[in-house]
Design a protein around this ligand. Structure first.
Ligand code: AMP
Ligand code: ZN
Ligand code: FE
Ligand code: FE
Length: 278
């Protein structure tokens, strides 16, 4: 028997990953993961395909999602775990995110058009990642990929750096949801709310605000990060009596340097998490 490893952060074609829910479960099996949580951006769509596949492959699948939220103008990602798929509050919240993104993407496309980089809504809808999932989340990474495909730029990073990244000329914030309402929806669906990749939050006062909120856990193990980077977050988890989570943030070929299972939690941490789900 190999060691128990649970990767609790990855993306599929239902948002901006390059593998379908079924393909990601096969990769999880290949990479000898015991448990997985798919955390697509603002959608729980993957689970209708993922659940039967996980059962067939003998992988323990925990419901997951990564919600986009904002505090003032700062963007914060919040992971939700163990929520009930049939819960109407979380389903409705995902629909509101789809609406939000539709309007925001229109705004970004308008601005790109004005600077001579036209992309039609149809082109965006039919990006390779989202084509098989009409209801999947479409965001800036998809826009960046089309900009590359159309030869406007050479890399997706260039799109963020010059045009659609925060503060750049074609950036649109659009409607935002607060951290508080996001945590509340996850709790209504009987799930656990976890701060995603805290090391990306550069303002320490913002971290202090988050640490005073009603979260259940913090993502301590992330991506390819070396062990010393985890210690800071493990200390916070201990102090707050929060759950310790971890995952790769695997996106497939979109972020080719990150493999599924590059970060994970072990049996004890996973068991503790499951015991907190009511
Ligand atoms: P959205 O949810 O549409 O605002 O897009 C946010 C996603 O874009 C993030 O989850 C990242 O995967 C990606 N992203 C954000 N900033 C950058 C950047 N500077 N370079 C590449 N990808 C980025
Ligand atoms: Zn993503
Ligand atoms: Fe994220
Ligand atoms: Fe992510």
């Amino acid at each position: 028997m190999s060691e128990f490893r649970a990767d609790l952060h990855c993306h599929t074609t239902c948002s901006d990953g390059s593998l379908s829910p079924i393909e990601i479960l096969h990769l999880a099996k290949q990479n000898k993961l015991s448990a997985l949580s798919i955390t697509d951006h603002d959608t729980i769509e993957a689970y209708s395909q993922a659940l039967p596949a996980a059962l067939e492959l003998g992988i323990e699948l925990l419901t997951g999602v990564e919600f986009s939220a904002a505090h003032q103008n700062s963007s914060i990602h919040i992971l939700g775990y163990g929520y009930q798929l049939e819960n109407l509050a979380i389903q409705d919240f995902c629909k509101r995110h789809t609406e939000r993104r539709l309007n925001r993407n229109r705004g970004i496309l308008d601005l790109l058009h004005k600077i001579g980089m036209p992309i039609s809504e149809e082109e965006l809808q039919s990006t390779s990642s989202s084509s098989s999932h009409q209801k999947g989340t479409i965001g800036r990474p998809h826009i960046a990929m089309i900009m590359v495909k159309k030869g406007y730029i050479t890399t997706p990073q260039e799109a963020f750096k010059k045009y659609i990244g925060e503060g750049r000329p074609c950036f649109v914030q659009g409607q935002t949801f607060t951290i508080e309402e996001t945590i509340d929806v996850i709790h209504q669906a009987k799930g656990l709310a976890v701060i995603a990749h805290p090391h990306l939050i550069k303002q320490s006062h913002l971290l202090d605000i988050l640490f005073a909120m009603n979260f259940d856990g913090i993502e301590c193990y992330y991506g390819n990060f070396p062990a010393q980077d985890h210690k800071r977050w493990l200390k916070i988890a201990k102090k707050k009596n929060w759950l310790v989570t971890g995952g790769s943030d695997f996106h497939g070929s979109i972020k080719p340097n990150l493999n599924l299972g590059s970060s994970w939690i072990g049996k004890n941490e996973f068991q503790t998490l499951k015991e907190k789900i009511t």
